[in-house]
Design a protein around this ligand. Sequence first.
Ligand SMILES: Cc1ncc(C[n+]2csc(CCOP(=O)(O)OP(=O)(O)O)c2C)c(N)n1
Length: 703
Amino acid sequence: MVMNTDESDWKCIDTLRTLSIDMVQRAHSGHPGTPLGAAPTAYCLWQRFLRYDPFDPDWPNRDRFVLSAGHACPLLYSLLYLCQIKAGAPTSINKERRAVEMEDLLNFRQMGSRCTGHPEYGWTAGVETTTGPLGQGAATSVGMAIAQRWLAETYNRPSYDLFDHNIYALCSDGDMMEGIASEAASLAGHLKLSNLCWVYDSNHITIEGSTALAFTEDVALRFAAYGWNVKELRDANDLGKLTEAYQAFLDTQDRPTLIIVQSHIGYGSPNRQDTREAHGEPLGADEVRLTKQFLGCDPDAAFNIPDGVKEHFAAQFGQRGKQAHAGWMQMFTDYKARYPDLAGQIEHILQRKVPQDWQTGLAVFPADAKGLSTRDSSGKVLNAIAARIPWLMGGAADLSPSTKTDLESSRPNGFQHPGGAQGGTYRGRNLHFGLREHAMCAVGNGMSLSGLRPYVSSFLIFTDYGRAALRLGAMMRLPVIGIWTHDSIGLGEDGPTHQPIEQLASFRAMPGMLVMRPGDANEVVQAWKVIMQLNDAPFCLVLSRQATPTLDRSKYGGAEGLAQGAYIVADADRGEPEVILLTSGTELALCIEAYELLAAQGVKARVVSMPCWELFETQSRSYRDSVLPPRIRARVAVEQASAFGWERYTGIEGSILGMQSFGVSAPGKSVERHFGFEPQHIVQTAKEQIEHQRLNSQLDKGA
Ligand SMILES: Cc1ncc(C[n+]2csc(CCOP(=O)(O)OP(=O)(O)O)c2C)c(N)n1
C-alpha cells in the first residue's frame, strides 16, 4: 500500500474505523460502512484543517462540522472521543466530562448514551445539528454559512476578524439525492458562500444497492451549474490529495466548494481489489475480525485505542484549536474595550437574549370594526421589534409582499453577495429564499444554531414543503419564528390547493412546536411579545390574509390574556354562562358577533380566545378551570380548519364547527358562508348545544 503520509495518521484513521465497527457490532444496530470508507476524509479535515478547541465546543468562532449523513454517526462519535472534546465550556457544570466517554461508545444506541442512534443536538457536545433525515444537515449548513457571513459583515472590524470560521458538511449519496440539498445548494451558489464546503463521500451505494439503480446524473456538473467550485478525488485514501482539496476550498473566495471523494463502502478505494462491503447492518463477528486483520489491527481486541492515537490528535487538531481560541479570546477582550456596543450585541446573541429596550415603540391598535389582516398587523410589529434587535432577520420563500415580512430598514435588496448584480450586502437582513420552502426552514435552523434570531415565512399551506426541517427545529428547541400567512379557507379565491385544513392540527401534534394564531391586531402584538421572550422553542405564527376587526378592548377582555394561551374575551353579564364558544384567529370576530346576537336573545355565552393551546396547557389547573369550567359542558369550537383535536376542549358531546373536507375556490366570504362560518350558524349551534347538554343532564339525573 503506497501511503504518502506517516504511520500515526493511519493508526488514527484505522482506530476511527475499528471503533465504529465495534460500536455497531456491539449495538447490533447501525451503519458501519460509511465510517469505514469516509474515515480518511473526515480525519484529514479534522486533523489538518478544522479550527476547533476541544476544551470549548461552544467557542463561537469554531469551524462547524456537520455530519449530514447522520447514519454514519459512529464516525463522529469516534472523532469526538479520540479528540477528547469536552462536554461544554470550561465554566459549565459538566467541566470534567467529555462529550463522549468510552462508556457512551460501548452503549451506542442504548438508553442514556451520548452516542445516540443519530446525532442529536443539545444532547451530545460537538454535535452541531441533529441529523438523520438525509439532506437536512447539508441544508442546515447553508444557514450556518449565511449566519457566519452576516456576523462577519456586521461585527468584524479592521484587525478584528471575530467571525471568520468555515462550515463543513459531510454528505453521502442520499444527501445528494434529496431535494432539500439541491434547493440549499442552489441558494448557496447564488449567494456565493465561499465559507461553505460540502464533502461528498461518493460510495455509489445506498440501501437498495448500487446508485446505478436510481441515481446516475453527473453531480459535479450539477454543482458546477449551481455556481460551486467542484473538486473530484478518485481515491478516498489519498491523504495528500484530500489535503490539497481542502486547501483549494480555503483558497476559493468567490463560491462554495464541493469536494467529491470517490470511495468504496467499507474501506477500500476504487484502486484496490480487496475491499469489503457493508451497508445498513453490523458486519458480524467474523467479518469484524477479518476487517481488523486487513487493517493490520488486533482482530481480537474490541474498542481498542492504540497508544499514541489520542496524543496525535491532541498534538495537531487540539493544539491548533486551542491556540486559535486563545488568540480569539484576546482579540475579543480588546474588541470589547474598543467597540463596547457591538460587543454587547454579540454577547446578547451568544446568550440568546433580547436587549432591554426591545419592546419600546410597540403599537397598540385602536378598536376598528373594519380592522386589518393579522399579516398586516404582524408586519408592523415585526418592523418595530426588528428596529431594536439587529439580529432578528429572515425572509420568505418568494412571498414577502404577501407575508409582510420585509424589514423596511433593510430594503431594497437585503442579504446578497456584495459583488452581485442586485447590489445587496451580507449585512442585509431581508433574505430572499426563492421558492425553496424546505431549504428555507433548514436554513432557519442553521442561522438559529449560530445565534441569530431568524424568521422564515410563506403561506401556511406550504409548511408541508418545509415540515421535515420544522420538525427538526422543534426537536432541537430552536427559537426559529415561522410566519405563516393565508391561514384558512378565508383566503378565498386561490382555492383548495392553497387553503390549509390539517396544518394547524398537525403542528399542534408536533412536540415542542408552539402554534400561535392570534385573533386581532392587539393579539398579534401580544403574540410577538410572547415569541420574543421564549428562546428555546420554535413558533408557528399563523396569520390571516383577510382583514378582521380590531376588538374594543375596553369592552372585551384585554389581549394580554394571550400570554396564558387562552383567555376569556367576552362573558355572561351576570352569573354563569350557559355555553362557551372556543375559537382562534379570525373566527374570534365571528364568535364575538355570535355572542352579541345570543346576548340580545337572552342567552348567556362566554367567548374564549385560544391562540395557543400549548401555552394554555402549561397553565395551572385552577386557571384552566376558570377559563373552561368543567361543569359548563355546552361548548362550541369554531375554527376554519380540521376539527381534529378540538374534542379535547369541547368534550365528545360538544360541537365543533370546523372543516371536514378540503375547501373550494371562491371569494373568501362565500367560502366561509359555504362551510357555515357565519354568526347565525354559530348562534344556532350554541343553542342546540345548550339544549343537548340540558337533556343530557336530565338523563344523568334520571339515571
Ligand atoms: C430522508 C431519509 N430517507 C431515508 C433514510 C433512511 N436511510 C438511511 S441511510 C440510507 C441510505 C444511505 O445511502 P448513502 O446516502 O449513500 O449513505 P452511505 O451509503 O454512504 O451510508 C437510507 C435510505 C434517511 N435516513 N433519510
